[in-house]
Write a protein that binds this ligand. Structure first.
Ligand SMILES: [Zn+2]
Length: 243
């Protein structure tokens, strides 16, 4: 029989009670709020209320108009959700406020509709479009990694984030034209082991599809390395209509 001294037991009990009390008081003073609409959350851990979750608009088909200057290396691209105001808020939180849990909440909520669109049995390798190490240090995490890990689990396939690297630092590209972006990203990526891509069907993962120049440049390098097919999945896109 485990010999627990009464004093140790009491200390644990008091600590646990104090912690629960503290959390309760904090929740009372600062009730957990939905990160989108600021309504009080019934389930604190979710970060987004059921109403906001249900209101995201899933598009339900691949992106219809993928065009960048030059050759296109991406076969099929998905931009899963409409880029409305609440979805933009979600993406902003993922990128800048270090609140990462919501991505899992959203993906789980729409799991079957997302997976129904994907060639689940054909994908061999899932890869986040990497951030440059400097940007990674600035932000502390790649907000896309959680999505690629989620997909890896659901598709029961391999994660290849270690197989690609970002060599060139590109500052924020939002003010550049499509051609300038293309030029900017052309030499930005490298692979660590080209043999790992031979004959593989790769699914690239990014948060927002803007012009597609960045992910297309990476796809071009993977094709050079022997990948058979490269698709792209993103959360949303501000630029194009969807077919
Ligand atoms: Zn809400």
């Amino acid at each position: 029989m485990e010999n627990v001294k009464p004093t140790q037991f009491s200390v644990h009990l008091i600590t646990d009670t104090l912690k629960a009390l503290y959390t309760g008081v904090i929740d009372l003073i600062y009730p957990p709020l939905c990160m989108i609409c600021d309504d009080r959350l019934e389930l604190a851990g979710l970060e987004i209320c059921q109403t906001c979750l249900n209101n995201f608009k899933l598009i339900g088909s691949p992106h219809g108009q993928f065009s960048v200057p030059g050759d296109i290396y991406i076969s099929t691209a998905w931009a899963l959700f409409e880029y409305d105001e609440s979805f933009q808020q979600l993406i902003h939180h993922l990128k800048y406020s270090r609140r990462r849990k919501p991505i899992g909440v959203v993906l789980n909520h729409y799991q079957s509709q997302i997976l129904d669109q994907l060639p689940v049995d054909e994908i061999d390798l899932i890869i986040s479009v990497p951030l440059h190490p400097r940007k990674l240090r600035e932000r502390g995490y790649n907000q896309v990694d959680d999505m690629s890990r989620w997909l890896m689990g659901k598709l029961n396939t391999e994660l290849g984030n270690h197989l690609v690297k970002r060599k060139k630092y590109t500052s924020t590209q939002t003010k550049l034209t499509a051609e300038e972006r293309m030029e900017n990203v052309r030499a930005a990526f490298g692979v660590t082991d080209a043999s790992a891509f031979q004959g593989k069907h790769v699914l690239l993962v990014d948060d927002v599809l803007t012009t597609g120049a960045t992910s297309n440049a990476l796809a071009g390098i993977l094709e050079q390395s022997g990948a058979a097919k490269i698709d792209l999945i993103t959360l949303s896109t501000p630029q194009f209509g969807n077919a």
